[in-house]
Design a protein around this ligand. Structure first.
Ligand SMILES: C[S@@+](CC[C@H](N)C(=O)[O-])C[C@H]1O[C@@H](n2cnc3c(N)ncnc32)[C@H](O)[C@@H]1O
Ligand code: SF4
Ligand code: SF4
Length: 388
């Protein structure tokens, strides 16, 4: 997704361990990249920015923090590839990325066919497949299949919730970390670094009260082993991460039963550590650091710090059963069945507009929506980047 880290290989990383003078240059490069992205976002208002696509509710894990836990293995049928084709053929433009998620997408029996249908659609841009990394052989088999016809940037995002012991405990399955590493190795062996993003794994860590001390050790480990950066997100729950969603519109309650936010007394040092990592390594964590600063500010003050992009209609969420929502915190408001799987007809309907209009007053810490929101607010984004 647009929030993914810059992808560098080992030798690029060497040159990215930077001096103070180089750091100034890196920062200027970052600012000019952000300016380009800002221009793209505001000049192409009709395009979707990211689309989050749930392809299955099946999962082999039951992670302690999972916001989707109540929907897992609930009997919902996986999204059929032909249906994905109809949906994506009806979308005019996606500017950034399609994030394929679930449940565990690798459990989808026809994942390569489904991904191909999305890849072949006119609107399609980068595709990211989220995975827990457990299914080593099947992921390799799927990736090899995809590699034969792929012409776009496709990456696998592997979840890592800390170093081995912590990760396995949170994920509830011994061996999860080792398997995720094997999956990452396999994907790395398929990637061509001359074409960044092609199978290069992206790692995502969701920070919570049990693992926040392991951000730096995990980031350093991944640099050493893969020459890759770690994406970072903050654990969220409906009771502590979202405010002012109108009555009846908030997703069903999900609050990690035993995994909470890191203690407030640690928030500043978590941010400072991210800031230090950015300076040391050439700003690969800039999106995570800037959004985290605002996430902590929102959590402290419970006030809105940036206007959310989701009600502008740029970040739809499509579930495996065809339900559609304006964002992941809002309940779905329609099903594609009602519109013959024509996404544009649904998205431009009065119901969709009313749903979006009703969500203009809320705020939350959800990163998938915070990053596009910051991108549109050049002043706030630049302020944070310059401070980094
Ligand atoms: C829902 S999972 C689906 C894909 C795959 N099963 C996996 O675990 O990567 C997608 C991402 O959401 C993250 N996630 C789950 N619960 C969360 C929560 N309460 N707050 C923030 N992220 C969460 C997971 O750690 C994972 O990285
Ligand atoms: S593997 Fe992914 S979908 Fe499954 S429980 Fe864990 S976070 Fe949730
Ligand atoms: S993503 Fe945006 S619209 Fe959705 S709950 Fe958060 S602030 Fe509201």
């Amino acid at each position: 997704m647009a929030i993914g880290p810059m992808i560098l290989n080992g030798s690029e990383f060497q040159s990215n361990a930077i001096s103070v003078r180089e750091s100034m240059t890196s920062k200027l490069q970052v600012l000019s990249q952000e300016l380009r992205m800002h221009r793209g976002a505001v000049s192409d208002r009709e395009a979707l920015e990211i689309l989050i696509l749930y392809v299955t509710n099946h999962c082999n894990m039951k992670c302690e923090h999972c916001f989707f836990a109540d929907n897992l293995n609930d009997g919902t049928t996986d999204l059929p590839p032909e249906r994905a084709k109809r949906i994506f053929d009806s979308i005019p433009r996606i500017r950034e990325e399609i994030a394929i998620t679930g449940g565990e997408p690798i459990l989808h029996r026809k994942l390569p066919e489904l991904v191909r249908n999305i890849h072949d659609a006119e609107c399609s841009r980068d595709i990211q497949i989220n995975t827990n990394g457990w299914y080593v052989d099947r992921t390799l088999e799927y990736a090899k299949d995809i590699k034969q016809w792929n012409r776009k940037r496709i990456s696998f995002q592997i979840s890592l919730d800390g170093l081995e012991e912590t990760h396995d405990r949170i994920r509830g399955l011994e061996g999860s970390f080792q398997r995720a590493m094997e999956t990452a190795e396999n994907l790395k062996s398929l990637s061509h670094y001359s074409e960044p993003g092609f199978f290069t794994p992206v790692f995502l860590m969701v920070i919570n009260s049990q693992n926040y001390r392991e951000v730096r050790p995990l980031a350093e480990f991944l640099f050493r082993e893969f020459g890759l950066f770690l994406a970072i997100e903050l654990v969220r729950g409906t009771q502590f991460s979202v405010w002012n969603v109108p009555e009846g519109m908030l997703e069903d309650d999900f609050n990690p039963p035993s995994l909470e936010l890191p203690p407030e007394s640690e928030w500043d040092s978590i941010y400072e550590d991210l800031r230090a990592l950015n300076r040391e390594w050439g700003y690969p964590f800039r999106h995570f650091a800037t959004k985290m600063k605002y996430q902590f500010e929102m959590l402290r003050t419970q006030k809105r710090v940036v206007r959310c992009a989701a009600p502008s209609g740029v970040t739809p969420v499509v579930y495996a059963n065809g339900d559609v929502a304006t964002c992941e915190f809002a309940k779905p408001f329609a099903n594609l069945n009602e519109f013959g799987d024509d996404f544009s007809a649904l998205w431009n309907s009065d119901r969709a507009r009313q749903n979006r209009a009703a969500l203009t007053g809320c705020h939350c810490t959800h990163a998938c929506f915070l990053v596009p929101s910051l991108r549109r607010d050049l002043g706030k984004n630049f302020k944070l980047l310059v401070d980094l």
